[in-house]
Design a protein around this ligand. Structure first.
Ligand code: FES
Length: 107
């Protein structure tokens, strides 16, 4: 379980307890986080789950796969060094306390 804070582009935030093994995209869509769409259902094929991860998450997450990097080329909003796809981030205790900022747009 990881307690993750999602911050929408308008500054509103929500904390979600994400079960181990769930992706941060799954948890967002299941909890009404509007800034993540997840249109492809998590198969790394739509880039509508773009998020900006904080320093804690940057330090514990494995590097993005080649597929994720390819899809990050297609995000609608500005791509930043801390851009990731939320469907490719699986929750575990190591992520507890992390924050993801959501972009202005996903499409
Ligand atoms: S949900 Fe489609 S790439 Fe993440």
């Amino acid at each position: 379980m990881a307690n993750i804070t999602y911050i929408e582009a308008d500054g509103t935030s929500a904390q979600v307890n994400v079960p181990d093994g769930w992706s941060l995209m799954q948890a967002a869509t299941a909890n009404g986080i509007e800034g993540i769409l997840g249109e492809c259902g998590g198969s790394c094929a739509c880039a509508t789950c773009h998020c900006y991860v904080d320093g804690l998450l940057m330090s514990v997450l494995p590097a993005p796969s080649a597929t994720e990097l390819d899809m990050l080329d297609n995000v609608a909003a500005e791509r930043r060094p801390n851009s990731r796809l939320a469907c490719q981030i699986k929750a575990s205790a190591a992520l507890d306390g992390g924050t993801v900022q959501l972009p202005e747009t996903q499409e």
